[in-house]
Design a protein around this ligand. Structure first.
Ligand code: PEP
Ligand code: MN
Length: 337
């Protein structure tokens, strides 16, 4: 249940609702919007629904939430969540171009890529030090040394960075370096990991599980949100379908679908969804057109030598060209890049 307070509700009115919830053994999650306060009631649904909330002073209306998630829903918060990351922002009409290598391989590879994507207009760098690989014998990433290189690149080029976290035991260490923690598709339903990243004060990018429905994805976001970390960015990265001409099928509709259901920003990954270099640019353009809040793209200076995902990496020049195109598209749509 979401209890929407009147715009002129006083502190006492809000405290009254919180107290009433406590009386029946339930918790209140308060969200102070620009115009009004909204209280999420957590606990026994049956008990909560029985009480005449709308008869209480200061309450405008009580809206039952039929979904299994609550905090990340639009009912709970009408305004878009905007997440500041260094000088960049994600959400609320600002389109965030995120780009970089899939994996950090060396200082030279990372710095060449970071310099190029920065020059082209990316506001956030991607690069992983811990890679989830299908085969245990494939390159697994440079580990903490890779994070140190990413931190140096941040200094050198003024780009905050996003990096994947695979293991709950590494959350604190990685949060000590990265500006955004990423949960990969394989871990979307790793609830221990979700709870752990919910406790840190760093934004979290939550990729959609490749077999997850939108509902399951939003519930995964709820696990992070409910721990107190409200800076969650959703990333659509393709789902597994019967289609084999692409690595995964990009669910481009997920951006407007989710934005109607949730206040969280949604970015699109045209690289991991398509798995093919020639599809990345058209899908990235679609991300802007469909109203996503950003994209995250694999860029590599020599994709044929890449240790991970070379077949889907675009060249720095291709990325620069794409950025020109999306600036034009964003202008037409009234977005800021
Ligand atoms: C990645 O972004 O490098 C990655 C591994 O993505 P996903 O979890 O979507 O496969
Ligand atoms: Mn990859």
């Amino acid at each position: 249940m979401v209890i929407v307070m009147k715009s002129d509700a006083s502190e006492e009115h809000i405290a009254g609702v919180v107290e009433r919830l406590a009386d029946i053994g339930c918790e209140a999650h308060i969200s102070n919007g620009q115009i009004r306060t909204v209280i999420g009631a957590i606990g026994d649904r049956g008990l909560i629904q029985q009480l005449p909330w709308e008869a209480m002073d200061g309450v405008d209306r009580a809206v039952p939430v039929l979904k299994t998630y609550q905090f990340v829903s639009r009912e709970f918060q009408g305004e878009d969540t905007v997440i500041p990351v260094g000088n960049a922002r994600i959400g609320g009409g600002v389109f965030a171009p995120i780009a970089g290598p899939c994996a950090v391989e060396s200082r030279e590879q990372l710095f060449r890529t970071a310099e190029a994507v920065k020059k082209a207009g990316a506001t956030i760098l991607r690069g992983d030090a811990f890679k989830p690989r299908t085969s245990p014998f494939s390159f697994q990433g440079l580990g903490e040394a890779g994070l140190q290189l990413l931190a140096e690149a941040r200094e050198e080029f003024g780009l905050p960075f996003v990096a994947e976290v695979l293991d709950p035991r590494d959350v604190e260490m990685i949060a000590g370096y990265a500006d955004i923690l990423r949960i990969g598709t394989r871990n979307m339903a790793n609830f221990a990991l979700l709870s752990e990243v919910g406790k840190v004060h760093k934004p979290v990018m939550l990729k959609r599980g490749f077999t997850a429905t939108v509902d399951e994805w939003l519930n995964a976001a709820e696990y992070i949100y409910k721990e107190g970390n409200h800076q969650v960015i959703l990333a659509e990265r393709g789902i597994r379908t019967f289609e084999t001409s692409t690595r995964n099928t990009l669910d481009i509709s997920a951006a407007p679908v989710v934005k109607a259901m949730s206040h969280l920003p949604v970015v699109i990954d045209p690289s991991h969804s398509s798995g093919r270099r020639h599809l990345v640019v058209p899908l990235a353009r679609a991300a802007v057109a469909v109203g996503a809040d950003g994209f995250i793209i694999d860029v590599h200076p020599s994709p044929h030598t890449a240790l991970v995902d070379g077949s889907q990496a675009i060249l720095p020049d291709e990325f620069a060209q794409l950025m020109k195109q999306i600036r034009g598209l964003a202008a037409v749509l009234g977005l800021t890049v």
